[in-house]
Write a protein that binds this ligand. Structure first.
Ligand code: MV4
Length: 512
C-alpha cells in the first residue's frame, strides 16, 4: 500500500456489480468514490456504496452511462481526478479515453491509441502479423471485391466466416459453406456491417469447427513491463453471451499456457498496451490456438484470474494508472487452485431465456469457504429492464476443478432469488452434466445441452411436471438425507427432487 493515495477521488462510470467491485477496491485503497446513476438507478446498490452520487440522465444508456459530456461534467464538479469505466458502456471507447485526458482526468485503462488499434479487427490482425502470431487463416485487410473474396476463400478452403472489421463479440459474423453462396453473403455482410457499425469493411476467416474460446489476461504498466496472468476457459456460452468461465482451462498445460501467454504479451507490446487487457483465442480440436481479438478492458470474468493468481486486478489497474511499476515479474507469478464463475442473469431458462426484470422480494446469498459473490442487487430492489440483465456473479475457488464444482453446487443450493426468474437452475444442470464434468466443452456445448433438454421435455408430451412428481414420490425413500443425488431445477421449478420443492415452499412462505 502506497503512503499517499494514488488518486484524490475516483469516478466510477458504470453501474451494477462492476461499479460495486471498483468501489470496493477504492475503499480498500483509501480513495473516495463518486457514483453516477440514471433515473431508474436512483436506488441502485452502487449508488449506496459510493461516497457521493450524481444523477446523469434518463434510463436510456445513450443519455446517461454513455453520455461523455455529462460524466466529465460530474468529474469536474466532484473533483475526481480519475475515472474507472468498468466493462461495457464507455470502457472501450477510445474517444472517451481521449476526452478524459483532455479534461485532465486519468482514464484507468489502456492508452486510446491501443484501444483504436485493437478496436478494428483487421488492424488487430495486421498487428498480429507484424509480430508473427498465429491468427485464424484468411484475409488481413478488408475485402475489395467478390473476385478477391472468392480467391481468398478458395485458398483457405470452405467453410469460411465473413466478419465485420468493426464488429466483435459475434456481431456481424456470417458463415459461408460454398462458393455459390459467397457473392450474396458478401453483399449482405457489407450492408449489415454498414448499418450496425457505420463501416462496411468485411474480411474472411477460415471457419474453426467446434472451437473452444480461451483467453489470456495481460497486465502492463506505463513503463513497458507486461505480464500474462494465465488463461480463462470461456467456452460455455449462449448467443455470444458467456455463462460460465473458469481458470485454468482443463486443456491448457504449462507449455501451451506459456506459448499463448507470450503470444498475448507480444501483441500487447506491439500495440503499446498498458493496464489490464485480454487476448482472445479460438482453440481447435487439435489444440492449435489462433488469435481472435483483443478486449481493451477489465472483463466480467476477471475474478477467476484473481483467485488463481492471488492478485487484485482493480487495485493493480489503479496503481498502474497512477504511474506505478508492476510490483512483480512473470517469474514471480504462480497459478494455484481452480476457480469457476457463473453469471446470474434475470432471465427465464424455461421461457427461451427471456429477460425477467422486476422486484426482488427475497434474496438469500451464498457464502462460506471458497465462495465469492460479486453482486449489484439487494432484497427489495427492482431490477430495471433498461440494461443488461446480469444480476451477480458467483465464483467458487478450491484446490482442484472437481472440488470447485462441488463447492459451486453447494453455493448454488444456498442461493435463492425470489420475485423474478433467474438462470440459477440451469447451473445445477450444467454442473451435473457428464460432458461439463469431463471438461468436454466447446462454444456449441451449451446450445446442445439446452436443445437436448428441450427434446426430453417434448418427448414427455407436456407431462414433464407430472412425470417429475411421480418420479419424486417414487424416489423419496432413497432421497432422504442424500442431498448429493438431488437434481434441482430452477427456483420453484424442480424437474426432480421433492426435497427442493419443500425447501422452496418454506422460502416462499416467508415472502411479503
Ligand atoms: C469464429 C468461429 C469459428 N471460426 N471464427 C464469435 C464471437 C466472436 N468473437 C468470434 N466468434 C467466432 N468466431 C472463426 N474463424 C466461431 C466463433 C464463435 C464463438 C467464439 C467465441 C465464443 C463463442 C462463440 C460462439 C459461436 C461462434
Amino acid at each position: 500500500m502506497p503512503q499517499s493515495a494514488p488518486f484524490k477521488k475516483i469516478l466510477v462510470a458504470n453501474r451494477g456489480e462492476i461499479a460495486v467491485r471498483v468501489i470496493r477496491a477504492c475503499r480498500e485503497m483509501g480513495i473516495p468514490t463518486v457514483a453516477v446513476f440514471s433515473d431508474v438507478d436512483r436506488a441502485a446498490l452502487h449508488v449506496m456504496k459510493a461516497d457521493e452520487a450524481y444523477l446523469i440522465g434518463p434510463a436510456a444508456a445513450s443519455e446517461s452511462y454513455l453520455n461523455i459530456e455529462r460524466i466529465l461534467d460530474v468529474a469536474k464538479r466532484s473533483g475526481a481526478d480519475a475515472i474507472h469505466p468498468g466493462y461495457g458502456f464507455l470502457s472501450e471507447n477510445a474517444q472517451f479515453a481521449k476526452a478524459c485526458g483532455e479534461a485532465g482526468v486519468k482514464f484507468i485503462g489502456p492508452p486510446s491509441s491501443a484501444m483504436e488499434a485493437m478496436g478494428s479487427k483487421t488492424r488487430a490482425r495486421e498487428a498480429a502479423d507484424r509480430v508473427s502470431l498465429p491468427r485464424v487463416p484468411g484475409s488481413v485487410r478488408a475485402l475489395e471485391s467478390v473476385a478477391q473474396a472468392e480467391e481468398i476463400a478458395a485458398s483457405v478452403g470452405y467453410p469460411i466466416m465473413l466478419k465485420a472489421a468493426a464488429g466483435g463479440g459475434g456481431k456481424g459474423m456470417r458463415r459461408v459453406d460454398k462458393r455459390e453462396e459467397l457473392a450474396s453473403a458478401f453483399a449482405a455482410a457489407q450492408s449489415e456491417a454498414l448499418r450496425a457499425f457505420g463501416n462496411a469493411d468485411v474480411y474472411i476467416e477460415k471457419l474453426i469447427v467446434q472451437p473452444r474460446h480461451i483467453e489470456i489476461q495481460v497486465l502492463g504498466d506505463e513503463h513497458g513491463n507486461l505480464v500474462y496472468l494465465g488463461e480463462r476457459e470461456c467456452s460455455v456460452q449462449r448467443r455470444h453471451q458467456k455463462v460460465i468461465e473458469e481458470a485454468p482451462s482443463a486443456i491448457v498445460d504449462a507449455p501451451m499456457r506459456q506459448a499463448m501467454g507470450e503470444t498475448a504479451v507480444a501483441l500487447a507490446r506491439t500495440a503499446g498496451y498498458y493496464n489490464a487487457g485480454t487476448v482472445e483465442f479460438l482453440v481447435d480440436q487439435q489444440k492449435n490456438f489462433y488469435f481472435l481479438e483483443m478486449n481493451t478492458r477489465l472483463q466480467v470474468e476477471h475474478p477467476v484470474t484473481e483467485l488463481v493468481t492471488g492478485l487484485d486486478l482493480v487495485h493493480l489497474q489503479i496503481l498502474i494508472a497512477a504511474g506505478a511499476r508492476l510490483p512483480f515479474s512473470q517469474n514471480d507469478l504462480q497459478l494455484r487452485g481452480h476457480a469457476i464463475e457463473v453469471r446470474v442473469y434475470a432471465e427465464d431458462p424455461d421461457n427461451n431465456f427471456f429477460p425477467s426484470p422486476g422486484k426482488i422480494t427475497r434474496l438469500l446469498t451464498p457464502s462460506g469457504p471458497g465462495i465469492r459473490e460479486d453482486s449489484g442487487i439487494y432484497e427489495g430492489w427492482t431490477v430495471p429492464l433498461d440494461y443488461d440483465p446480469m444480476l451477480a456473479k458467483l465464483i467458487a475457488y478450491a484446490p482442484s476443478r472437481e472440488q470447485a464444482v462441488h463447492r459451486l453446487r453447494r453455493a448454488l443450493n444456498e442461493y435463492f432469488i425470489g420475485g423474478i426468474a433467474s438462470n440459477l437452475g440451469l447451473f445445477q444442470e450444467i454442473l451435473n452434466d457428464d460432458n461439463f464434468l469431463a471438461a468436454r466443452i466447446d462454444t456449441g456445448y451449451l446450445d446442445r445441452l439446452i436443445a437436448n433438454r428441450k427434446a426430453v421435455e417434448s418427448s414427455m408430451n407436456g407431462n414433464g411436471e407430472k412425470i417429475a412428481a411421480i418420479a419424486a414420490a417414487l424416489m423419496q425413500p432413497e432421497r432422504n438425507g442424500n442431498a448429493a443425488s438431488r437434481n434441482n431445477g430452477a427456483n420453484g421449478t424442480s424437474y426432480l427432487g421433492n426435497g427442493r420443492w419443500k425447501r422452496v415452499a418454506r422460502q416462499e412462505a416467508l415472502r411479503d
